[in-house]
Write a protein that binds this ligand. Structure first.
Ligand SMILES: [Cu+2]
Length: 360
């Protein structure tokens, strides 16, 4: 299973570092796209609550944990219905791909009450979690798809009662989460109006901030030395559950290519830090591993291409089912990193093995 291990590594490292941090550039509800405002630049009417800064919310008790940095009430409310497909296209500060690939994605909702979302204060929100996605069966984090430019896609609960809701999509970037306070929270809220006549209400709700602690095992965690399944922070998924549809959007192609690439080498390594143009980004260095991606030139020739397709189908199937919402389970299969050629500055080879062993 060397190839599976290598495959996981290559996916983690497949996309070069672009720019730190980011925001939700586009929200799509059942195919209707709504642009978001760039931070602190309120030019367009949007259902996405604009933030003031792309940088992460730090600290589990930070007041901006609810909807992001100084989030402002939004002008629009997007129409939705029970079971709607909602996607969040996260972008970096320049509009390019999301720059991080380690850590979970979580989605919460909260009723805006009778008065609706237009003036609803998110610090009063009573949140329920509708889905979460962490480590995938292929060894990558759900967040890695965002780094490849894909949106995070979720389905609203099929039985959710009508009314206006905030939907809160959250990325937690864990590349520096091995130290207290190192986790990066990126919450984003959008305003939805759910139609229909369903009657579902959440049994339990939480406050954000409130539901997380900086010492939670899913927040203070060395993902490069993970010894068991990843433990999501916050409450369990609500009785009013939605679904994760993360990998539906073209993952198969990407996965196959990446796996093929990985079989040829771990290559270059330059890592986030050295490829970044921002001196200040050193805190990102640990993010994507120094096990950098292989050159795409080698991809086509590899014998594992066929196997890659098979695996990617399985991965996609698993991800599109409930499997993606469940913590990964360990198996007895042994994995090791494929440290064969061209590898230069791997920082976490052993740790990666352990991550993979824990999740595959
Ligand atoms: Cu960042």
């Amino acid at each position: 299973m060397k190839t599976a291990a290598a495959f996981a590594l290559s996916l983690l490292a497949a996309v070069p570092f672009v720019s730190a941090h980011g925001y939700v550039g586009t929200l799509t509800v059942d195919g209707k796209a709504y642009k978001g405002n760039t931070p602190n630049n309120n030019k367009i009417q949007s259902p996405i609550r604009m933030i003031s800064d792309v940088s992460p919310v730090k600290g589990a008790t930070n007041k901006f944990l609810s909807c992001g940095q100084n989030a402002q009430k939004a002008a629009l409310v997007a129409d939705a219905k029970p079971g709607s497909t909602v996607s969040f296209q996260w972008v970096n500060g320049q509009g390019g791909n999301w720059p991080h690939n380690v850590g979970p994605l979580l989605t919460y909702m909260a009723s805006c009450g009778r008065a609706g979302c237009a003036n609803f204060d998110s610090s009063k929100a009573q949140w329920f979690k509708i889905e979460e996605a962490g480590l995938q069966k292929d060894g990558t984090w759900a967040q890695a798809a965002l780094m490849q430019g894909k949106p995070a896609v979720v389905q609203l609960p099929s039985n959710i009662a009508p009314g206006e809701y905030l939907i809160r999509h959250e990325i937690i970037a864990l590349h520096t989460a091995m130290t207290l306070g190192g986790a990066e929270f990126y919450p984003s809220c959008a305003q939805l109006k759910v139609s229909g006549s369903a009657t579902g209400k959440p049994d339990k709700t939480v406050s954000l901030p409130g539901a997380y602690k900086d010492t939670d095992p899913g927040i203070l965690v060395d993902v490069y030395d993970l010894t068991g399944a990843y433990v999501f922070p916050g409450p369990a998924i609500s009785n009013l559950a939605g679904k994760t549809i993360l990998a539906v959007n073209g993952t198969q192609t990407t996965v196959a290519a990446s796996k093929a690439a990985s079989s040829s080498s771990h290559a270059a390594s330059s890592s986030h830090a050295s490829s970044s143009t921002r001196a200040s980004s050193s805190s990102h260095a640990a993010s994507t591993s120094s096990h950098a991606s292989a050159s795409s030139a080698k991809v086509a020739a590899t014998a594992s291409a066929k196997a890659a397709v098979t695996t990617s189908s399985k991965a996609a199937a698993a991800t599109s089912s409930k499997a993606s919402a469940a913590p990964a389970t360990s198996s007895s299969v042994e994995y090791e990193c494929d440290d064969d050629e061209e590898t230069t500055t791997q920082q976490h080879p052993r740790s990666y093995s352990r991550v993979m062993a824990a999740i595959l």
